[in-house]
Design a protein around this ligand. Structure first.
Ligand code: HEM
Ligand SMILES: [Ca+2]
Ligand SMILES: [Ca+2]
Length: 323
């Protein structure tokens, strides 16, 4: 838990705010609210381009939400703002929107077993304008234009290990920040968990999980397949790459030398007991042949006994949000 004081006195005022967010926004769980705050990092920071402008990690998605929520790329962020908005309002006199998004994002991981600790720096200015509506490049070129390698993009997608859509998780272990997303998405798709024909969705391999077309393609793209596979059975590697990649997102459009490092107020996340494995009913032979795990000489994840999984809806007791 956070100590009573921060190492740097400039960060001290964050200690009670941190506690409030952990206790009352995230309810000390890897909750829907936590997933939403994590997703918000991405949708705020990526709004920057070397050619069209935008402030990146500036909190523009909060201040200029009336504009940014009209972008198709930000579908579903209205629910996110409903959840985090009241806490942002509560602290808007002491925390800029950019700092709030990054603080909440770093803290969102604290109750998700297996997540790394993400650094937090303070001092982002107020956003000047909405992000330009330009998010129509391919994922790799969009991230590449702001300095992210294909390896870093895949590392960031580890967050889909605790994520989902329409209350249906992307991997078979949505309550833990493990590497199952990297195994599950490599399995040959056989089913749709709900209706068929949805744009951006492809068949998944496990009852009750949903697969994004973009995750499926990045798992199989020659530029990213080996990185994807390298995480499939390597929790420490994934965690070591994910933390710095998220911190790098938090600095988009910012000058790190003008920020104050307040990382010590972020508690160490819960540890993960079990390592990722093939979900029950699946094994190496269900890996799509084009992306044989042997190709990149990744050690094989263990198999689990038992009948095929049917993953339940995420947090069925939670409120009526649609994600
Ligand atoms: C690289 C391209 C990415 C694509 C195409 C993508 C796509 C999506 C989609 C379609 C959803 C479902 C949203 C909904 O409920 O309406 C989602 C959820 C989510 N994404 Fe991504 N994502 C990407 C990258 C990232 C990154 C970089 C992060 C975090 C750093 C992230 C974190 C999340 C989280 C935490 C959720 C779950 C939200 C919730 O459960 O409420 N995603 N993503
Ligand atoms: Ca922004
Ligand atoms: Ca997981």
């Amino acid at each position: 838990l956070p100590s009573k004081r921060a190492l740097n006195p400039k960060c001290d005022f964050l200690v009670p705010i941190t506690k409030d967010l952990l206790d009352n926004l995230f309810e000390n769980e890897c909750s829907d609210a936590a997933h939403r705050a994590l997703r918000l990092i991405f949708h705020d920071t990526i709004g920057i381009s070397p050619t069209v402008g935008g402030g990146g990690a500036d909190g523009s998605i909060l201040t200029f939400n009336e504009t940014e929520l009209t972008f198709p790329a930000n579908d579903g962020i209205d629910d996110v703002l409903d959840t985090v908005g009241p806490f942002f309002q509560k602290y808007s006199h002491v925390l800029s929107p950019g700092d709030f998004v990054q603080l909440a994002g770093a803290l969102s991981l604290v109750n998700c077993p297996g997540a790394p600790r993400v650094k937090f720096s303070l001092g982002r200015a107020q956003p000047k304008a909405a992000s330009p509506p330009n998010l129509c490049d391919s994922i790799l070129s969009r991230f590449g234009s702001v300095g992210f390698s294909p390896e870093e993009v895949i590392a960031l997608l580890s967050s889909h290990s605790i994520a989902g859509l329409i209350r249906t998780p992307f991997d078979s272990t949505p309550s833990v920040f493990d590497t199952n997303i990297f195994i599950d998405v490599l399995l040959k798709g056989t089913l749709f968990p709900g209706t068929t024909g949805n744009q951006g969705e492809v068949m998944s391999a496990i009852n009750g999980t949903i697969r994004l077309q973009s995750d499926s393609e990045l798992a199989r793209d020659p530029r990213t397949a080996c990185t994807w596979q390298s995480f499939a059975n390597n929790q420490p590697l994934m965690a070591a790459k994910f933390g710095p990649a998220v911190f790098k997102l938090s600095l988009l459009g910012q000058n790190v030398n003008k920020l104050t490092d307040c990382s010590d107020i972020i508690p160490e996340p819960k540890t993960l007991k079990d390592q990722a494995s093939f979900p029950p009913g699946t094994s190496l032979r269900d890996i799509e042949q084009s992306v044989s795990l042997c190709y990149c000489s990744i050690p094989e994840p263990p198999c689990q006994p038992g009948p095929p999984l049917d993953v339940p809806l995420c947090n069925p007791q939670a409120d009526g949000g649609d994600s």
